[in-house]
Ligand binder design. Sequence first.
Ligand code: B12
Length: 214
Amino acid sequence: MSKIFKKIIEAVGEGELDDVLELVEEALEDEENPQDILNKGLVAGMNIVGDLFKEGELFVPEVLMSAKAMDAGMEVLKPHLNESDVSNSGKIIFCTVLGDLHDIGKKLCVMLLQGAGYEVIDLGVDIGVQQIVEAVKEHKPDIVAMSAMLTTTMTTMNETVTALKKENLYDDLFVMVGGAPLSQDYAKGIDSYYSEDAVTAVELADRLVQSKAM
Ligand code: B12
């Protein structure tokens, strides 16, 4: 693996925001592929942080510093990932559900979807059923995408689908769900579509929007 990716992984792991910024810029200057900088550097670094958190080696404040460092790196990369000139692929409302503040995965999905030409309305984090329903009425999206990282917050997804059906909004859109505790089976059970990461989220969105056009 290229030395610069190793350095980015380390800097994300240590939550060194300034170093991450500098290294991402350096990698871009070295003409590394932005997608590689994202996946082999920033995401790889965050995955290690996730494992260490799980094992009790890292605690919330440290994880938060890593998250902020990753976020800063993503902001630098954003214009380089958005170079696609495809537009009007479709409209997507994206949010992290009620009670859940995790937004790195959501931001990553939003970035790649925008890069693929989607208009994405990012409602933010901690978003409840009614807010989603109102946003659907206002924006009439092709897709509603929800992210949850906690087993305790996943239930909002089911409640949202039920509310969309009740308001006769469900038949005009697709619901996509994702996040660490989610699975294909769970998504199916709540009449939604699942994908495991940001790259496959774009592929899934493409498939869904194309099927609507047919
Ligand atoms: C970073 C992090 C935090 C940060 C969040 C910062 C931020 N701004 O996001 C902070 C420190 C704030 C935090 C807090 C907490 N966290 Co936390 N956190 C994590 C950690 C380490 C990494 C998550 C992450 O960003 N991963 C990197 C991104 C790129 O990956 P991702 O989120 O999975 O997203 C990808 C896919 O899932 C998918 N995807 C995501 N969303 C969507 C949506 C759609 C529609 C689609 C198609 C795809 C998709 O695509 C994304 C990109 O590829 C995870 C561990 C883990 N392994 O996931 C724990 C984890 C999620 N946290 C956990 C916990 C318990 C908490 C706290 C309760 C801790 C506490 N005691 O306070 C709080 C809860 C706060 C709250 N109310 O939300 C647990 C959840 C356990 C569970 N099963 O419920 C985990 C799994 C850690 C663990 N093993 O214990 N956390």
